[in-house]
Design a protein around this ligand. Structure first.
Ligand code: AHR
Length: 513
């Protein structure tokens, strides 16, 4: 008896093994809706993204319109909710009028952004019909580099015009009676970058964006406008100043400001690579502050959100397949797939302000789907994206995480566990998304909910592989794949304990009772 009492005292006095981490969820603390547009992609005229990817005339794998059916199916299964087109750097030299009308009469032009020749056989109608086939929202980015405001305005009239006007009639003549109703329009791409054709300073860009947006809205007042925010976070770039200037000029007309981020593991340092989430959080939080500052003093400001309309891992590939001068044909490995969870966790934690995101890109060039003329395979990054997209429409929940930390350089310590939580109110299901960035250790966490009990049966989705550098190729794309399983855990109080394997990504689904 004495011994039992002694053991009980020991346990209550803290000698019992405590989990190393705590994930404390409060379903009353709601950040915002996980907007379905967070699961967008990008398809630029670049290497084999369009030609040989989405579209391959004459291929045995394509339909009569030239769309690759294997790619179309993989795109639908990825859950792509919005598709940005036609660039990217490409759009800053693109004349959209080259890409309409009879294909054989369309002019071939040099592609000054990426090299090679643009045949223009895939243009506005081909893109918009593709979006209808996929059942995804089209998002067209205008040419704010070498292009004109008039061209941008006419593009909206061509796609959305319902009256008997010149450009709308030309669309009809080209075979499309009904307007396409394109809702999302980007006001140019990365104009802050010296690499951009028609690169501008912030003042010049802001003036162009305001005037182009005005002219486009006069054609269709219902369109949503995305201004080109900063993409240039280099040491000599004033990315905050750029965003401040653009917001000041366009705050009464735009709906989104864009951000772009690419990360890489050049130092071959896994934990450092996955600490990049700190930067993503920082860019979002600073930009949110700039939006608030621009709107300060307005009683009822126009809502402005962040569109993270280019993001991915990209640091290895420049060259492409034989014949393609530049293809960015990055071969993704297992550790890159974990970075997908890192980006989405950051977007979910900021679901009040990040309302659109587009993985760059979709096929072949820095992409989850990879083709040759005989088939395709899915890169390891495909699977987390497809899984996270199931959380669109959930509510993101503010979550307190305490976990062992590590340091990267002089930055503040970073938690080994990178976490986001979302809640599906219809089914009462919590989704707990956990990236364990420790290369060496599994980490046990107590997962608890302040409002309602959780535990018992968990649906577990897990990416976990012993080789961080494992990759897929044609005929061998099954080794880096997730597993799904049901795990029963004991409930204690309002939570349970779960051990997250080292270097892994886990989504736990659990009902709240
Ligand atoms: O996605 C590849 C390129 O990266 C895009 O064209 C450009 O916007 C960015 O610099």
């Amino acid at each position: 008896m004495k011994l039992l009492l002694g053991l009980a005292l020991l346990a209550s006095s803290g000698f019992a093994a405590q989990p190393a981490a705590r994930i404390k969820i409060d379903t009353d603390r709601r950040i915002g809706e996980v907007n379905p547009l967070l699961f967008g992609n990008f398809a630029e005229h670049l290497g084999r993204v369009i030609y040989g990817g989405i579209y391959e005339e004459g291929s045995k794998l394509a339909d009569r319109d030239g769309y690759r059916l294997d790619v179309l199916k993989a795109t639908q299964e990825l859950g792509v909710s919005v598709l940005r087109w036609p660039g990217g750097n490409f759009v800053s030299g693109y004349n959209w009028k080259d890409g309409i009308g009879p294909k054989d009469l369309r002019p071939a032009r040099p592609d000054y952004a990426w090299g090679g020749i643009e045949t223009n056989r895939f243009g506005t109608d081909e893109f918009l019909k593709y979006c209808e086939r996929v059942k995804t929202e089209p998002y067209i980015c205008i040419n704010a580099g070498l292009g004109s405001i008039e061209d941008a305005r006419n593009w909206v009239e061509y796609t959305n015009g319902s009256k008997k006007t010149y450009w709308a009639e030309l669309r009809r003549k080209n075979g499309r009676e009904q307007p396409y109703g394109v809702k999302y329009w980007g006001l140019g791409n990365e104009l802050d970058g010296p690499w951009q054709m028609g690169h501008k300073n912030a003042e010049d860009y802001a003036k162009f964006a305001l005037e182009a947006g005005k002219a486009m809205r006069w054609i269709d007042p219902s369109i949503k406008l995305i201004a080109s925010g900063s993409s240039n976070f280099g040491p000599n770039a004033d990315w905050i100043g750029w965003n401040r200037t653009v917001l000041a000029a366009t705050k009464n007309i735009i709906d989104y400001l864009s951000l772009h981020t690419y990360i890489g593991n050049r130092e071959n340092d896994f934990e450092r690579f996955l600490a990049n989430g700190q930067n993503v959080d920082h860019y979002i939080e600073v930009t949110e502050g700039l939006i608030k500052a621009a709107q300060s003093g307005q009683e009822n400001p126009r809502p402005i959100y962040i569109a993270y309309d280019e993001w991915n891992v990209w640091y290895r590939a420049r060259g492409g397949a034989a014949g393609a001068p530049v293809g960015l044909e990055e071969v993704y490995n297992y550790e890159d797939s974990l970075a997908m969870g890192m980006f989405f966790n950051s977007f979910f934690r900021h679901a009040n302000i990040v309302k659109m995101a587009n993985l760059a890109q979709l096929v072949n060039g820095i992409a989850p789907i990879f083709t040759n003329k005989d088939g395709m395979f899915l890169q390891p990054i495909y699977f987390p994206i497809a899984e996270y997209s199931k959380q669109g429409g959930n509510v993101a929940i503010d979550t307190l995480v305490t976990a062992p930390t590590y340091k990267v350089g002089a930055r503040k310590p970073v938690n080994y566990l990178d976490v986001s939580t979302t809640f599906d109110q219809k089914t009462g299901t919590l989704f707990v998304n956990v990236l364990n960035r420790s290369q060496k250790d599994a980490i046990t966490a107590r997962v608890e909910n302040v409002v309602g009990q959780i535990g018992g049966e968990l649906q577990v989705w897990e990416m976990n592989h012993s080789d961080l550098k494992a990759v897929h190729t044609f005929g061998d794309d099954r080794k880096v794949r997730p597993v799904s399983k049901v795990v029963t855990v004991g409930v204690s109080g309002n939570g349970f304990e779960y051990t997250f394997p080292k270097a892994s990504l886990t989504v736990l689904r659990v009902k709240v009772r």
